[in-house]
Design a protein around this ligand. Structure first.
Ligand code: KMH
Ligand code: ZN
Length: 270
């Protein structure tokens, strides 16, 4: 089995300090949280920027500041979000890709997202994929529903996305695919052979799905974007605390954890 790539999704666009008092928000806080998660065993950091009021922003300048601060601290793979918040325009969402990060997310379809709709029209999926390809940014294909795998394959057919694809199976978002283990197996069976995949289980689904991914040879994402609790009723102290638990589980289950350079090799990042 490949070594285990742990992604930490530090902040997200939806979580607030009222919900999670330890949420990193400023570029300095995000860089420090990335460094702590890296020391704990994370090899990719998934970033959502916030403005001075703590609201989600897709500002090029804020992402640039965060990228420089993270890179000054550690060699973790920097992966900005192009999903942003549901109310961001596609043009806003695409801005961090102009920083030419090693990776960025590429959501491959529209779905309900709690009470909102997360819009990803074919036109914009193609625009995002094209720009990432032009700039040499490795996409992480975000899958919230089974049909999104087909949308990614349509991008491959059009020459906008290269195989092997790296998928992030986001499971348990209210309004999209469930966080049931049965549905994880279904998604894993549905992606092309030779793909790599990570699972991001939302809320209470994070831990069971992470365990299954470790056993199946997949990879794992944890962090406050997906889950703010350490266990039922107990708010997590830090993103690093969630990473540390995955490292312990991987050790117990006989799966070695990848360094950022090993993750680059597994994901074929140039
Ligand atoms: N915040 C969600 C609406 C991504 O980062 O690429 C979208 C999201 C996906 O978080
Ligand atoms: Zn995200």
């Amino acid at each position: 089995m490949q070594k285990l790539i742990i992604t930490v999704a530090l902040t997200g666009a939806e979580v607030t300090r009222d919900l999670q008092p330890n949420l990193p928000i400023t570029p300095d806080e995000i860089a420090e949280a990335a460094y702590e998660a890296y020391k704990a065993g994370a090899s990719i950091v998934h970033i959502h920027a916030r403005d001075n009021e703590g609201n989600p922003t897709q500002s090029y300048e804020v992402y640039k500041e965060i990228k420089e601060k993270v890179e000054a601290k550690c060699p973790i793979i920097f992966q900005p979000s192009t999903g942003g918040a549901v109310w961001h325009t596609p043009e806003e969402r695409l801005q961090p890709v102009e920083l030419k990060p090693e990776m960025a997310t590429l959501s491959c379809g529209t779905c309900n997202f709690g009470p909102e709709v997360f819009m990803n029209s074919q036109e914009y999926m193609e625009k995002f994929a094209k720009r990432m390809k032009e700039l040499g940014v490795k996409p992480e294909v975000e899958v919230f529903e089974r049909g999104m795998v087909n949308n990614a394959l349509a991008l491959v057919k059009k020459g906008l996305l290269d195989m092997p694809i790296h998928f992030d199976l986001v499971m348990g978002v209210p309004g999209a695919i469930t966080g049931e283990i049965r549905d994880l197996l279904y998604l894993v069976e549905s992606i092309p052979e030779g793909s790599t995949w990570t699972v991001a289980g939302i809320g209470r689904h994070e831990l069971p799905l992470a365990n299954v991914a470790i056993l199946l040879g997949g990879h794992v994402r944890v962090g406050f974007e997906d889950n703010i609790y350490y266990k039922k009723g107990e708010i997590a102290k830090s993103n690093a605390q969630l990473v540390e638990r995955i490292v312990r589980l991987a050790n117990e289950l006989g799966r070695e954890v990848a360094t950022p350079d090993e993750a680059r090799e597994i994901l074929k990042i140039k």
